[in-house]
Design a protein around this ligand. Structure first.
Ligand code: 4AD
Length: 466
């Protein structure tokens, strides 16, 4: 069979590269069929864009129409004509329609509204629905937009390891990678597990962040970014946490916290601009069906300066409103998502960058400030989501870093940290970077409120199906 003659529906409807009157061959999946006495209608969608194209045929001269059902894959041939019907530009006057793969009545995606919960159970079929077609196309295009942003600015794309012996965030929420038998691992003389017998002869995990390795590359190439999968075994069953998610982590040598904040703000604005320009088909869909005002929201972000607020000032605001929160708030506490959302949604009503956090609540690698109490950390919070970016200026002074590690209960003599400390021993430079959660960005852009719906096959506690 010759499939090469097919025309994508996006070529017709978005790119407008086919003139009416041309014979076209469409390959796709049937969304709806209406068999009338005289005339029948078949709507075919091929996943290349939001809309399908309706084919029209005389019922009597096409007995094969009887085999065509919702969900079936078909080859539809005919002349493309300007449609007189409402809400569609073109239709196809069917010359032939051929069933490729049948879909019996039990095809789960019949034309009706399905709940998001039900669609998660059929994650293998949900990409054929409007919402999941749109989010998966958006995911692809935005990934390209992000690469474009960094490549055009001279940042080098780095592949950091997925299996690692370092615990970047020090939070202990890591998935172990091991080939030792789980039921009877080899033991040391002291009775503990003998990791020396494991595959890598040491304990290894799936990475929670590519940052530490990213720093090694930034302190050689200047500006780098990573864009890869990261894994966290934290048992947070929320709409904003996934156990496997993608992160974009730029790292810049010769950059301080303010440069980092400038990059974060510019980066978000530029990728939102890219989205509005290059993903208009998807954004119109989200704007109409998922979050009314989604387009205006992005325009607002692009055209306004982000608020910048120190942690200390943020705490003062929150303390004045403490009666509104479930969790207590005070200087030194980690902000809960209710606090973050209150700041961005109720106080500043736009994205806000919080900076200079208490050193006790932040990771070991962050730059110690002159006040001895805070570190040069920054988080970007956006309405509806909360934290979307976390980053910092890194501690580049060897002696200060070593002291801070000790304070955090890490052993700076430990073999695993030596390469990281070498970056400070040899030609150290001020450097900064951050991590943007790709799924949280997609949630913000599309208005989809659950992280499980912006990644094709989500992994969350007690859920690794597909
Ligand atoms: O704030 P985090 O933990 O920062 C780091 O990992 C740093 N090493 C990044 C760096 O400085 N290079 O995570 C960064 C971002 C968060 O702001 C959030 O958007 C996302 O990653 N994120 C998650 N997204 C989905 N599910 C989770 N469980 C997430 N944990 C973090």
């Amino acid at each position: 069979m010759d499939y090469k003659t097919r025309v994508r529906i996006s070529t017709i409807l978005i790119d407008e590269k086919v003139t009416p009157g041309t014979d076209v061959t469409l390959l796709g999946w049937v969304r709806t069929v209406r068999i009338g006495k005289a005339v029948s209608f078949v709507e075919v969608n091929d996943g290349s864009c939001r809309s399908g194209i309706q084919g029209v045929a005389e019922t009597e001269s096409h007995p094969e129409l009887k085999t065509i059902t919702t969900g079936a894959s078909v080859r539809m041939k005919g002349a493309l004509v300007v449609s007189e019907g409402k809400g569609q530009k073109y239709e196809v006057q069917i010359s032939s329609i051929e069933l490729i793969g049948a879909a019996p009545d039990n095809f789960p995606l019949q034309k009706k509204r399905h709940s998001m919960e039900f669609l998660r159970e059929i994650a293998h079929l949900r990409p054929r629905s409007n919402t999941f077609g749109a989010i998966n196309r958006l995911r692809s295009k935005l990934a390209y937009g992000i690469h474009k942003y960094y490549q055009e600015r001279g940042f080098n794309y780095i592949h950091t390891p997925i299996i690692t012996a370092s615990d970047c965030e020090g939070a202990g929420d890591m998935f172990r990678v091991s080939t030792l038998p789980a039921d009877n691992p080899p033991k040391t003389k002291e009775g503990g597990i003998d990791w020396d017998k494991d595959f890598f002869a040491e304990q290894t995990f799936l990475t929670v962040s590519g940052q530490l390795e990213g720093e090694a590359l930034a302190t050689a190439l200047g500006d780098i970014y990573t864009f890869g999968p990261t894994f966290r075994s934290e048992n947070s069953n929320t709409s904003r946490h996934a156990s496997e998610f993608w992160m974009i982590e730029p790292e810049m040598a010769w950059a301080e916290l303010e440069d980092n904040m400038d990059l974060a703000e510019d980066f978000l604005k530029e990728i939102f601009k890219f989205t509005l320009n290059e993903c208009s088909d998807e954004m119109e869909f989200f704007n109409q069906w998922i979050e009314k005002g989604a387009i205006e929201k992005l325009e607002g972000v692009i055209n306004n300066q982000f608020e910048r607020l120190s942690y200390t000032d943020a705490i003062k605001i929150l303390e004045k409103n403490s009666d509104k929160f479930e969790f207590p708030v005070g200087w030194g506490t980690d902000l809960q998502s209710e606090h973050e959302r209150y700041l961005t949604e109720q106080v500043v009503k736009k994205p806000v960058i919080l900076y200079d956090y208490p050193e006790e609540i932040k990771s070991f690698y962050m730059k110690v400030s002159g006040d001895g109490k805070t570190v040069g950390a920054m988080d970007v919070l956006v309405p509806g989501i909360g934290e979307i970016i976390g980053g910092s200026q890194r501690e580049e002074r060897l002696d200060v870093l070593v002291e801070r590690m000790k304070k955090k209960g890490l052993n700076p003599e430990d073999e695993t940290y030596q390469w990281y400390l070498d970056l400070r021993r040899f030609g150290t430079v001020p450097h900064s970077g951050f991590g943007l959660g790709f799924e949280r960005t997609l949630m913000y852009v599309s208005g989809l409120s659950n992280i499980r719906d912006v990644i094709p096959f989500p992994r969350t506690p007690r859920w690794a199906k597909f």
